[in-house]
Ligand binder design. Structure first.
Ligand code: PMP
Length: 389
């Protein structure tokens, strides 16, 4: 159901002439094509035999070392043996569920949460339990109540799936104080945390707080991605897990695909080099900050009193999360919106429990700046038209 709802939305979004705020894709402007071309050439000429050969399931050791250094700069001190290079962080989600979930076992998720994680967990048949959230993220009291109730029933939650930083879809970033509260609850109740963190480097106002994993090093599986800092087409991500869990995750990884593409791992490392991110990320942030600000300005202009639409102001990431008035349904409005040339993703699919049909996700990074204002104007016209009818 969920997958088909999103597919339907994407189909509408892809029609010619539609300004689509639906796709959560990086702007292709930020892809370092020349650098990757040169990296391919060097990798093939210098290490061609190894780059085209089978390799270890955990990943290419020098790339793992790069990940260790990258995480260390964010205050997360991980040993290389804790890391597995995955086929995108999406595979990390699958491996975690494959390793930790049995049919019917409880998994706690945010409300809303990343629909791709819900899809990834679904084949392992967890009982998904939504934790109540406010604008700052999950409420620690609700998390404690739900996790303890499960413990009393003798079926501990297998993990809490958490996106602390510029969440997909809501864009919100959990404050340091809330992170500490949530980590405190998790530690007290022995609740493992799966921290999904692909957007940490995409901050536009100030750097985000340290990962939750820094507060719970023994109890967190941390998932990272190269998709937003290099290119999603390389399909490269990584997980950092407590040592005791690594063999099980690795077994799952080997069973799934033996290893992440050797060639891609070597190209990524070659392209990243010592200094690529330090040079490139400021420009990426600048581009996306400008687009975020344009969309926020356009929304303020189109809905000055916020009566027909209210929205979040993300400090990073790719998404603005918006809400229609009471009683409205963003999925029902989408065909009209796309017929008027604008698209978004309805928010219901991002809910594990009771969906909030009023919500919708607007991506501000993919659409060209010249189109952002026009798209928001169309959205406002559609919403006003629906109100009148
Ligand atoms: N987690 C979240 C929260 C995401 O938004 C995405 C990408 N949309 C992923 C994981 C998967 O990213 P990738 O597999 O490209 O690393």
């Amino acid at each position: 159901m969920r997958a088909s709802a999103i597919r339907e939305a994407m189909k509408l979004a892809e029609q010619p002439g539609v300004i689509s705020f639906a796709a959560g894709m990086p702007s292709s402007k930020v892809f370092p094509i020349e650098r990757i071309t040169a990296a391919c050439e060097r990798v093939l000429r210098r290490d061609g035999s190894a780059a085209l050969q089978y390799a270890a399931s955990e990943g290419f050791a020098p790339l793992i070392d790069w990940v260790v250094a990258h995480l260390s700069a964010r205050g997360l001190h991980i040993r290389p043996e804790q890391i597995i290079i995955t086929n995108g962080s999406q595979q990390g989600l699958d491996l975690v569920a494959k390793s930790l979930v049995d049919p019917g076992s409880p998994v706690l998720v945010e409300t809303p949460t990343y629909v791709g994680a819900l899809q990834s967990f679904a084949p392992y048949e967890p009982e998904l339990i939504g934790v109540a959230c406010d604008v700052e993220g999950p409420l620690s009291a609700d998390l404690a109540a739900r996790a303890s109730a499960l413990l009393r029933e003798g079926r501990a939650a297998r993990f809490l799936y958490l996106l602390p930083t510029y969440q997909n879809p809501s864009g919100r970033c959990i404050s340091p104080a809330r992170r500490a509260d949530l980590a405190g609850v998790a530690a007290l109740l022995n609740l493992p945390v799966v921290e999904d963190d692909p957007y940490a480097d995409l901050w536009y106002d100030e750097p985000p707080p340290a990962p939750v994993a820094t507060l719970l090093p023994e109890g967190t599986v941390y998932l990272g991605s190269f998709s937003k800092i290099l290119a999603p087409g390389l399909r490269l991500g990584y997980l950092a897990a407590p040592l005791a869990l690594v063999p099980r995750l690795l077994q799952g990884k080997t069973a799934a695909d033996l290893h992440t593409a050797t060639f891609n791992q070597r190209i990524a490392l070659e392209a990243l080099g010592e200094d690529f991110l330090a040079e490139a990320l400021p420009a990426v942030r600048h581009l996306y900050r400008e687009r975020r600000d344009m969309m926020l300005t356009a929304l303020e202009r189109a809905f000055p009193d916020r009566r027909l639409l209210d929205w979040t102001r993300p400090g990073g990431g790719m998404f603005i999360w918006a809400r229609l008035p009471q009683g409205w349904d963003a999925a029902e409005l989408l065909p009209l919106a796309s017929s008027r040339g604008v698209a978004y993703v309805p928010g219901a699919a991002f809910h594990a429990g009771i969906p909030d049909p009023r919500t919708l996700r607007l991506s501000f990074v993919t659409v060209e700046p010249s189109q952002i204002d026009a798209g928001v104007t169309r959205l406002a016209e559609v919403i006003r038209e629906a109100e009148r009818s």
